[in-house]
Ligand binder design. Sequence first.
Ligand SMILES: [Zn+2]
Ligand SMILES: [Zn+2]
Length: 282
Amino acid sequence: MTLEQIRDELRSLCDDSRPRFEQLLSELTQLKNAAVIDSDEALANRIWCYEMVALVQREYLNAFEQLKKEQYYKGWCTLEQVELGLLRLSRHFPHDWPEFKLDFIDDKVRNYQSIFPYKIFTSPEIVYFEQKCSICDQVISIRHPCGHKVGELYYGQHCGRIVTKSEFVGLAFVDRPVQKYSVPFFHHPETGEAGDHYNYQVVRYLMIRLPGPFDDWNVTWTKTRHPFPKFGLIGRNDTCPCDSGKKFKNCCRRQGGVLRPHVKFTFLFPVPDELVGIEFTY
Ligand SMILES: [Zn+2]
Ligand SMILES: [Zn+2]
């Protein structure tokens, strides 16, 4: 295949593209190797961009599949890969996103992330003693830089740092992590097995209604007041169920309902009658 044929195929991304990526990626690798042999760095870097586009598209389709199968944490991690891929592309391939549906994917990844129940992440605090350059494999130090810059492309390879010696100092809990994989899960005190204690009902609600990865949808978060009986018997001095931290008598008691998050989905495709009812509250 020529690079133009591959590009055209990436442009015609659809629900059924998944089986094609293996071949497209292997063709791209061959073309890139040939460009490197010809010392054509500009071409090799352009091919890297198409490889990244293919990976982002493939992982977006994978994430959709995983969420459909109720593999929520797995789907979350795949979405994070998509996000990181798009971040790399924004630097080296900032134009033509709509042609490859990348702007759509970017928008949907944010939407999915916003309806996940993960709000706190662990962030390891690590002291690095030794790092190597992913391009030249040299040990990097301030006095001996190798000349390669992190995030740049060199003959179709993305430059990063590989940590070869480090010490783990501790774990912090953060709400805006550098990467979003490290979701804390509870471990069973005896078996040590990790259990998923999160409530995925909002994601599930969406996935039941969403026919395909390219059907458009939106989500907005608001707050609304819910009738008191929904929360059982609330004592005047109990902590208010709205999570304000205040006592009930000084908070929602006089407001005619408990203020709770409210999710509104907008589906830009026809939803089957039995699944209508597009507002969701919890
Ligand atoms: Zn280097
Ligand atoms: Zn309240």
